[in-house]
Design a protein around this ligand. Structure first.
Ligand SMILES: NC(=O)c1ccc[n+]([C@@H]2O[C@H](COP(=O)([O-])OP(=O)(O)OC[C@H]3O[C@@H](n4cnc5c(N)ncnc54)[C@H](OP(=O)(O)O)[C@@H]3O)[C@@H](O)[C@H]2O)c1
Length: 292
């Protein structure tokens, strides 16, 4: 065999191997996206949209320094509602201050601070998007570090997902609030099977805390609406997000649309004492979380 032919043979083997490698990678990535998608169940019943009826009372937003809570504040201010944001002394309140929204200071984990802000203000409506802030989580470990050192877990008593929300719910109840909108997560209670299996393990700690908080709210006697979203994107509204009592529904969703759904629930008495999954048929696949 001439040396040119040998050379061509080697190149052809390399190219073929590269092709196989690319095919294997495409199959792995596509399977991952599909297994984490919401395509396996399509809900058919949704909360009927209605004209927004203003609660015309004092609304407290807990968790409004960013994300869904901040979007809810912007939308309520646009509607002319009487809104107050609960912040921590350590919170970055720059965006809230720019909006000119009223602020009260309390750490949700400190019962006395929460009781104080409720007894000093007559809040009738509470919307909680309270969750563990990324800055409060232990440093992220990669797979190998977690195997060698063992997983570093955060003390559940230092997470606001249950204890913080419980303090808010209890204070709301004792000071006579009547309405509570609560943003949790798909995976709690009857929605356990809606969460793609690959996501369940990583989120099991936070899901169990949020589930306890949901149960505490249901038992409180407050008029509640629980909204369980799947993974968030920071993208624009698709205009397709809806609330469904079909607990097997799963999709990703833009934060701004979760805010829209929370306001829709607030202005619609049909949502009282109900638990919904947030569902967006345009956001079924994992990669939609990273698109604007
Ligand atoms: N990320 C997702 O894909 C996803 C999916 C489904 C559901 N959820 C849930 O949806 C909710 C909103 O999520 P998000 O990503 O928009 O916002 P986020 O980043 O989770 O915001 C958490 C909020 O809670 C506040 N907070 C934390 N600890 C507090 C404490 N001890 N006292 C008072 N406030 C405290 C934070 O204030 P500071 O500024 O002071 O930290 C912040 O305003 C969360 O409950 C989250 O678990 C998230």
């Amino acid at each position: 065999m001439s040396s040119t032919k040998k050379y061509m043979n080697i190149i052809s083997i390399i190219l073929r191997s590269l092709c196989y490698l690319i095919i294997v990678l495409v199959v792995i990535v596509s399977s991952y996206i599909i297994l984490n998608s919401g395509i396996y169940h399509t809900p058919t019943t949704f909360l009927m949209s209605s004209n927004y009826v203003s609660p015309s009372n004092k609304i407290l937003i807990v968790g409004g320094t960013r994300g869904v809570g901040l979007e809810i504040i912007k939308k309520l201010l646009d509607r002319g509602e009487d809104v107050t944001a609960m912040v921590r002394s350590t919170s970055n309140v720059e965006k809230l201050t720019q909006l000119g929204v009223k602020q009260v200071v309390a750490d949700a984990l400190i019962k006395e601070q929460v009781q104080a802000i409720f007894s000093q203000n007559n809040f009738d409506t509470v919307i909680s998007t309270l969750g563990t802030s990324a800055k409060d989580l232990p440093e992220r470990q990669n797979f190998i570090q977690a195997r060698i050192k063992g997983e570093v877990k955060m003390d559940p008593n230092k997470r606001p997902d249950f204890i913080g929300n419980r303090n808010i719910i209890d204070s709301a109840k004792t000071t006579g609030a009547n309405r509570f909108i609560f943003i949790t997560v798909i995976g709690t209670g009857q929605s356990h099977d809606a969460l793609p299996p690959l996501s369940r393990r990583g989120h099991k700690d936070v899901i169990s805390l949020k589930e306890k908080a949901e149960n505490h709210l249901r038992a409180s006697g407050l008029s509640y609406t629980i909204i369980r979203p799947g993974g968030f994107s920071n993208g624009q509204s698709s205009g397709k997000a809806k609330l469904t009592e079909d607990h097997l529904a799963f999709s990703y969703i833009a934060r701004i649309d979760v805010a829209n759904l929370a306001i829709e629930a607030l202005g619609n008495d049909e949502s009282i004492d109900k638990t919904f999954n947030a569902y967006d048929k345009d956001m079924l696949y994992l990669h939609r979380m990273f698109m604007d």
